[in-house]
Design a protein around this ligand. Structure first.
Ligand code: PDD
Length: 287
């Protein structure tokens, strides 16, 4: 089956898809992106992902490249053309093409690119077995709430994690508190069964998965706290896990070579994972 990408108004074969060399996304990372999971041929939480796209764009004074309605139609069309029933859709919007100059140009049309990828998410071993995580200093900027394509520190961190045989790196601020993973949000479960995750300020991305999990937790009557937690607290927590559009709820069983709990995914992480997967499959409604 041919694989298509969507580039500025056209569906083109994936291998031929290209943007201009003076696209500001290419030269300055002057753009933002979203990753939306697809489960059972349906996008999961497309609405909140598009809300966040609009917010990221508005924080950077980049216009929406298409109306929300058209954007949704294009997403559906690309998923259908590429026959994706499990995987993801990636969308990137940049300020557009303009002669290289640091200051934002005016009157430039934003560029938009979309691709899809098939991924067999639901049978991945990381969901059942859990993963190892390392910690690294958070060397990013102070607007991590904007989902920009400027991901070099995140790429460095993920590479360091892989070199250490870990799946993810949790970034740590100057006070020893965990901010978030390089491409996921970080969570702990305390010994009195409270879910804890950092508040969604400027230091982290307000994960769509995170928001849905908080809602599911509230509906299930679980107690949770949005507060920073330290590396030390995480290491001695009852359970730890991470969340994202591509990791769903992934248990963390080792942090900096310290075993969490008994080294297997904890019961609360597994329950949340189950509820979240049901939600993704459309089997469970949440708010
Ligand atoms: N990353 N924090 C960071 C830094 C992220 O890059 C992501 C997502 C998240 C989780 O957000 P969400 O639940 O909305 O996926 C948190 C995507 C998956 C990526 O870059 O591929």
């Amino acid at each position: 089956m041919a694989r298509y990408a969507y580039v500025n108004g056209r569906y083109v074969p994936h291998g031929d898809a290209a943007v201009h060399i003076e696209d500001r996304g290419f030269q300055f990372a002057d753009g933002v992106y979203e990753v939306v999971p697809i489960v059972n041929s349906r996008m999961v939480d497309a609405g909140p992902h598009l809300d966040r796209l609009e917010r990221s764009l508005s924080e950077l004074t980049i216009a929406m490249p298409l109306s929300r309605k058209v954007l949704e139609l294009v997403m559906d069309e690309l998923i259908a053309r590429n026959g994706v029933n499990e995987g993801l859709i990636y969308m990137q919007v940049t300020r557009g093409v303009s002669p290289r100059d640091h200051k934002f140009p005016s009157g430039v049309r934003p560029s938009i690119v979309m691709t899809t990828k098939r991924v067999r998410f639901l049978t991945q071993k990381k969901l059942s077995d859990g993963v190892k995580v390392i910690t690294i200093p958070d060397i990013r900027w102070t607007r991590c709430d904007i989902k920009t394509v400027a991901l070099l520190p995140n790429c460095m961190g993920k590479t360091e994690a892989a070199a250490a045989g870990a799946y993810e790196a949790w970034q740590v601020d100057g006070d020893g508190m965990v901010t978030e993973g390089t491409s996921s949000n970080a969570w702990i479960v305390t010994h009195d069964d409270k879910l804890v995750t950092r508040p969604a300020g400027h230091e982290i991305l307000r994960g769509v998965t995170r928001q849905t999990l908080l809602r599911i937790a509230a509906e299930a009557g679980l107690t949770f706290e949005e507060r920073p937690f330290s590396v030390e607290e995480a290491k001695s927590a009852r359970e730890t896990f991470l969340s994202s559009a591509t990791s769903f709820v992934t248990p963390v069983v080792e942090l900096d070579e310290v075993t969490i709990g008994d080294g297997t995914p904890g019961p609360l992480s597994r329950r949340l994972q189950g509820w979240y997967l049901d939600y993704c499959a459309g089997l469970k409604n949440s708010a």
